[in-house]
Design a protein. Structure first.
Length: 241
């Protein structure tokens, strides 16, 4: 069964409903008391996460791919930590324009409205997009990783990041973390705002060396546990997922 919502979109999102409205891409945030919802939208993928930054509490995350056609915005869930039964299902929205700088989301059944504020438009960070891990250094050799049903994705806007580990076939959710990031002088720095596995990581900042090599993202440094990492991440469009 499809669930229908009404979405009120800001004027800057663009008027094309038959194609991908490019100005819809970027980072968004909804805040209500201690609850924050982070929404990252790239050209074809999205992730939406609810958390309590003050109390360092992760609540839920969901995401996957999206498309727009004939006035509808459709989400196809690949992961959903709170409602795994929605994985593989499409959720449809109606689109229309409203006020610049805001994205209003109204669920028709409950009429509850969430008003998101734009955080960024996909800049200034250099890593905006949806990425899958495709290589990891083991010993002195880079070992290839072929993404399949079991995958680890990083999705970034211009200022926000999130990683998610999940399985599309078993509908398992393994973990996630995210927050804000910067890319300056060859350094990629994460500022963690939520971490599902260990909330003691919230508030930490991690800095890594990064480089774009033939379109892939080379990621080197120390993990949150202090272990050395050297990874390759590839855009989902290039992987074909």
């Amino acid at each position: 069964m499809k669930t229908f919502f009404t979405i009120a979109l800001l004027a800057s999102i663009g008027s094309s409903l038959n194609g991908q409205p490019s100005n819809f891409i970027g980072g968004w945030k909804y805040e209500n008391h201690d609850t924050t919802i982070s929404l990252i939208i790239t050209e074809k993928h999205f992730a939406e996460t609810t958390y309590d930054l003050k109390n360092k509490t992760f609540i839920s995350t969901a995401g996957g791919s999206w498309s727009s056609q004939n006035g509808h915005f459709r989400k196809l869930y690949e992961f959903n930590s709170a409602k795994p039964e929605l994985i593989g299902q499409k959720v449809s929205y109606y689109l229309h324009q409203e006020v610049k700088g805001k994205l209003g989301m109204v669920q028709e059944t409950s009429q509850k409205k969430k008003e998101f504020s734009r955080v960024d438009d996909g800049t200034p960070g250099k890593l905006a997009g949806a990425w899958l891990i495709t290589g990891r250094m083991q010993g002195n050799q880079m070992q290839p990783i072929t993404p399949g049903a079991r995958r680890t994705m990083k999705i970034l806007s211009g200022t926000r990041f999130q990683w998610i580990a999940y399985n599309t076939e078993t509908k398992e959710f393994f973990g996630t973390g995210g927050g804000t990031y910067t890319t300056e002088n060859g350094k990629y720095t994460e500022n963690i705002e939520f971490f599902s596995r260990d909330n003691s990581r919230v508030g930490a900042s991690l800095s890594f060396d990064f480089a774009l090599e033939n379109g892939d993202w080379r990621h080197k440094g120390l993990s949150s546990k202090g272990d050395p990492i050297d990874e390759v991440w590839t855009k989902r469009e290039k992987v074909g997922l």
